[in-house]
Design a protein around this ligand. Structure first.
Ligand code: PHE
Length: 487
């Protein structure tokens, strides 16, 4: 159990945690990454697998992480150690916390580069230097923005600085206040872009691309990407949600909170898809354009719509804010660990983390200019950071979390902590014991080419069977056990 002498700080308002967790979840992952990987992996089928991963794997993992945080009241390392010790299990499991902390840190080191793009586009909009009417013009603007390491480095450094200033000040100030107006603002901007898209001539194609299921377009690699992105977009297995959960007051419902965050996050991602793909199809762009996709497409829409400059400015303000509310959550685990264990003040913890981060992020930033040729297996340093965290560390961390929550801990621990009614509790248990871990393993094995069945075609069946097995198992086994042990 929590053993700190001083009570841990908690979120201020009733909505504090929901706002902060939504602020962490909704970010560049929804607006920058989701559209571009959906484009790369072929659209509808990828989207469907992603949605399944969010609700079948993501939500149960999120509930477990929040429960770990609130029960253990500490950084991922300390919280996991306390909770497993409470069940009489080995502290070795806190390695999961170490991995999560490292993962959040590595993500942030490439995230600041992308957030830097958003800030620099805001600047371009403000100064009226974002001109051009064709896809080629926009590709040239994006290219030129990346080509100069001093320019790109300036923006990523700025994001790092702002992040560390906010983190140094503490969790409540800043986060709770800003997410409340930023989220509706972002949604309004996206709605505006969607309405514009409806008149652009590309809307039908966009809807078809996003929502028509074509199993042939889905690869094993794409399925792993969808799974990894579900973790990324919900800020899981990276210390963010778990640490935020450690500030959650007793009594708040973990289940309801997780589902609301997941729904809000998914809604923003789908809206971003509906805002961006019409522009892409109307302008004959390639949806698989890569990481520059939104920066090459959206400015074209702003260029063409009435009051476009104003809306463009507002959009990039919201996007930059959304990026910041996510980036601060990525270092919260590290900072909280340094404060609790190493006697750092929040400010000094934030600045020391910031310096190391700046060094790695600068190397990541160079992947777009002088270091473009420093590749390993065809991937730049920036690509590697993204690949290792999303494809491997987060799914593995998620697997560890559900195994821990489902099998290692005493059942009472999380039954208490989650405070669910019997049926939802059984559902959660079935998910963390069978459906989520098997789902993760099956996708991994598929990506590693372990078997020859094409999972991309058969996964809906498999998922159905898993869910049924899990639920019947959980419903039957306690009764069976009781029947066998009582006479
Ligand atoms: N969920 C954030 C986004 O979608 C990214 C993130 C990942 C935040 C991991 C915290 C931890 O932009």
């Amino acid at each position: 159990m929590a053993s700190s002498e001083q009570p841990r700080i908690q979120w201020l308002g009733r909505w504090g945690f929901v706002l902060a967790a939504t602020g962490s979840a909704v970010g560049l992952g929804n607006i920058w990454k989701f559209p571009y990987i959906t484009g790369e992996y072929g659209g509808g089928a990828f989207v469907l697998v992603y949605l399944a991963c969010i609700f079948v794997v993501g939500v149960p993992v999120m509930m477990s992480e929040i429960a770990f945080g609130r029960r253990g009241r500490g950084s991922p390392i300390d919280a996991i150690r306390r909770v497993v010790n409470e069940s009489g299990r080995s502290s070795v499991w806190s390695l999961l916390g170490w991995m999560a902390m490292l993962c959040g840190f590595l993500i942030l080191s490439f995230y600041v580069v992308v957030a830097g793009w958003s800030f620099s586009y805001l600047w371009k909009m403000l100064t009226g230097s974002l001109v051009g009417t064709s896809v080629d013009d926009m590709a040239a603007v994006f290219g030129a923005n990346n080509a100069n390491p001093l320019n790109l480095g300036f923006w990523s450094t700025l994001v790092t600085l702002i992040t560390m200033v906010i983190v140094g000040k503490g969790v409540q100030e800043g986060i709770e206040k800003n997410v409340g107006w930023m989220m509706p603002g972002l949604v309004i901007m996206l709605l505006l872009l969607i309405v514009f898209g409806m008149f652009s001539g590309g809307f039908g194609d966009a809807v078809r691309f996003l929502f028509s299921f074509n199993a042939d377009s889905l690869s094993s690699e794409g399925m792993l990407a969808a799974l990894g992105h579900a973790f990324f977009t919900l800020s899981l297995a990276s210390g963010a949600i778990l640490t935020y959960g450690s500030y959650l007051p007793k009594g708040a419902s973990i289940g309801r909170t997780s589902i609301s965050v997941a729904i809000a996050d998914t809604a923003v991602a789908l809206m971003a898809g509906l805002a961006i793909f019409p522009v892409i199809f109307a302008n004959g762009m390639n949806p698989g354009e890569g990481p520059g996709l939104i920066f090459m497409s959206l400015p074209l829409a702003f260029q063409a719509m009435p009051l476009g400059t104003l809306f463009g400015i507002l959009f990039f303000v919201m996007l930059s804010m959304a990026a910041l509310t996510s980036s601060i959550s990525m270092v919260e685990a590290t900072v909280s660990w340094l404060c609790d264990n190493k006697g750092f003040s929040r400010r000094s913890a934030a600045w020391s983390t910031g310096i190391v981060l700046w060094l790695i992020s600068t190397a990541a930033m160079l992947s777009f200019n002088v270091g473009a040729d420093w590749t390993l297996a065809g991937k730049t340093f920036f690509d590697w950071l993204d690949y290792i965290t999303s494809r491997w560390m987060m799914p593995l961390g998620g697997l560890g979390t559900v195994v821990l929550a489902g099998f290692v801990l005493k059942t009472e621990t999380f039954r208490d902590e989650l405070g669910l009614a019997p049926l939802p509790y059984t559902l959660w248990l079935a998910m963390v014991r069978y459906v989520s871990p098997l789902g993760i393993l099956v996708i991994f094995a598929d990506a590693l080419g372990v078997y020859t069945v094409t999972l991309s075609v058969h996964w809906p069946w498999l998922l159905g069977i898993l869910v049924l097995m899990g639920i019947t198992g959980e419903l039957v086994s306690p009764r069976l056990r009781k029947a066998l042990t009582t006479r």
